[in-house]
Design a protein around this ligand. Structure first.
Ligand code: PGA
Length: 256
């Protein structure tokens, strides 16, 4: 059975005390729901709050992820954070290639590829974000853009078992806009991504790999999105910053 993953990407939000309270509240709320064993919840706070958040999360299905990493183990890279550092504070996942990193910080598919390699070397599960802009969609280029992001992002990365990689389909036009993709729009792309994975890594790998949807996921649209056969979770930005809304999304993802 495929893992269902609900991930909160806190981006550059929260102070120390807010981060700790939010993590505590999420831990508390998933304690109150009986999460099936194939469900995982993931918190991705800003770097300085990884360790304090780790200290307050207790639920065995609640995991810690980072929002980014540098593809080197250690060295003269002022301001950067490496995979071994993330491992040492208890991270098990890392978001790679988020569209904000691609757009604002100019990250290329080659850099993203190096980050994924580093994450894999250090047993962090990369969450590779892919997605098209509105202009690319309007020009009929959605699949070509995602194909390139997958092909170069995963070049020379050896992957054998589901769970070694998560994909997040995040249409750029849906992130932070309040306009999520419709469940049907998202399903079409998710199915295409799974087909691509099957061609490159085999049917078992593709069947078992969680493909998350991200972009304006809210309590009100989560159930319909997650009901799609190829949507295996959500990467949630804004709505993960309030325990109430993130918990409502987790609840919406549970089997009825
Ligand atoms: P959003 O962000 O839920 O605020 O649209 C999603 C993301 O960027 O991962």
């Amino acid at each position: 059975m495929r893992q269902i993953v609900l991930a909160g990407n806190w981006k550059m939000h929260t102070t120390l005390s807010e981060a700790v309270s939010l993590a505590r509240a999420v831990d508390h709320c998933i304690r109150e729901q009986s999460l099936p064993s194939h469900y995982s919840v993931l918190l991705c706070p800003p770097f300085p709050f990884l360790e304090p958040v780790r200290q307050v999360i207790q639920h065995p299905s609640l995991f810690l992820g980072a929002q980014n990493l540098y593809p080197g183990d250690a060295g003269a890279f002022t301001g950067e954070v490496s995979a071994p550092m993330l491992r040492s504070v208890g991270c098990t996942y890392v978001i790679v290639g988020h569209s904000e990193r691609r757009k604002i910080f100019g990250e290329t598919n080659d850099l993203i590829n190096a980050k994924i390699a580093s994450a894999r070397t250090h047993q962090l599960v990369p969450i590779l974000c892919v997605g098209e802009t509105w202009e690319e969609r309007a020009a009929g280029k959605t699949e070509a853009v995602i194909e390139e992001q997958l092909r170069s992002g995963l070049a020379d990365i050896s992957l054998h078992h589901p769970g070694e990689l998560l994909i997040a389909y995040e249409p750029v036009w849906a992130i932070g806009t309040g306009h999520a993709a419709t469940p049907e729009q998202a399903q079409v792309v998710h199915r295409w991504i799974r087909h691509w994975l099957a061609q490159h890594y085999g049917a078992d790998f593709a069947d078992g790999t969680p493909i998350l949807y991200g972009g304006s996921v809210k309590p009100a649209n989560a159930a319909d999105l997650l009901a799609q056969p190829d949507i295996d979770g959500a990467l949630v930005g804004g709505a993960s910053l309030k325990a109430e809304s993130f918990c409502a999304i987790i609840q919406a993802a549970l089997p009825s």
